[in-house]
Design a protein around this ligand. Structure first.
Ligand SMILES: CC(C)(COP(=O)(O)OP(=O)(O)OC[C@H]1O[C@@H](n2cnc3c(N)ncnc32)[C@H](O)[C@@H]1OP(=O)(O)O)[C@@H](O)C(=O)NCCC(=O)NCCS
Length: 184
């Protein structure tokens, strides 16, 4: 399953994407709000897990390609939250773009298509998004998508060690029928 928007193609991953994916995942600017950058092996393993998720669920974090240049800009999509928390089971929308692709509205454009797929094709009733309170760029995407913060749902990320400054996370939600075209 591929999704297209005015400027973007959301497609399955190819072997030749691994270099670009690893470059993005090793960039400290891109990974500022994560516990660490990814090694090449960690990046390859993540790509393998993403592709396994597509095979299992029929959706996942798509490779994001700029249609005009066919260049890989990052990933955007929906996936089952891969850990237990008070709000799971749930499907989350997520995004990670190479730094040179920030500031053009691409993440919001791609995420809007992914959310629409989740509601209209996958039949989901709700999609969540999560991040650290410090990740203002990601929070801005959530708000442009019309997602609402659930202030009662702040949580400690179970995969981040106790005491780590990035452990506390905030949760946004959007329900089917509420999602509309993003505000730009
Ligand atoms: C989070 C992330 C995807 C946001 O990317 P982004 O480019 O800021 O987000 P958008 O696609 O919504 O683009 C919005 C920006 O593009 C601008 N823009 C330019 N042209 C635009 C257009 N045609 N349409 C819409 N917005 C446009 C907007 O004005 C806005 O600019 P601003 O940041 O100065 O306010 C990116 O910062 C990233 O990959 N971060 C690292 C990974 C990460 O933290 N992921 C989230 C983990 S929870």
């Amino acid at each position: 399953m591929e999704l297209t928007t005015d400027r973007l193609l959301l497609r399955r991953w190819r072997e030749e994407d691994r270099d670009g994916f690893a470059a993005m995942n090793s960039d400290p600017v891109v990974m500022e709000h994560f516990v660490s950058v990814l090694s090449r092996a960690e990046s390859d393993a993540l790509l393998d897990r993403i592709e396994a998720g597509f095979a299992r669920d029929g959706f996942g974090l798509w490779a994001l390609e700029e249609r005009s240049s066919a260049s890989l800009m990052g990933m955007t999509g929906i996936q089952r939250v891969p850990f237990c928390a008070p709000f799971t089971p749930a499907v989350e929308v997520g995004w990670r773009l190479r730094a040179s692709a920030w500031g053009g509205g691409y993440a919001t454009e791609a995420a809007s298509a992914a959310v629409a797929f989740g509601f209209d094709t996958a039949g989901l009733e709700e999609i969540v998004a999560m991040t650290t309170p410090s990740n203002s760029r990601s929070i801005a995407v959530m708000e442009r998508l019309g997602m609402q913060r659930d202030r009662d749902a702040d949580f400690d990320h179970p995969r981040i060690p106790a005491g780590h400054p990035l452990r506390r996370h905030i949760l946004y939600r959007v329900q089917a029928g509420v999602h509309s075209q993003p505000r730009t």
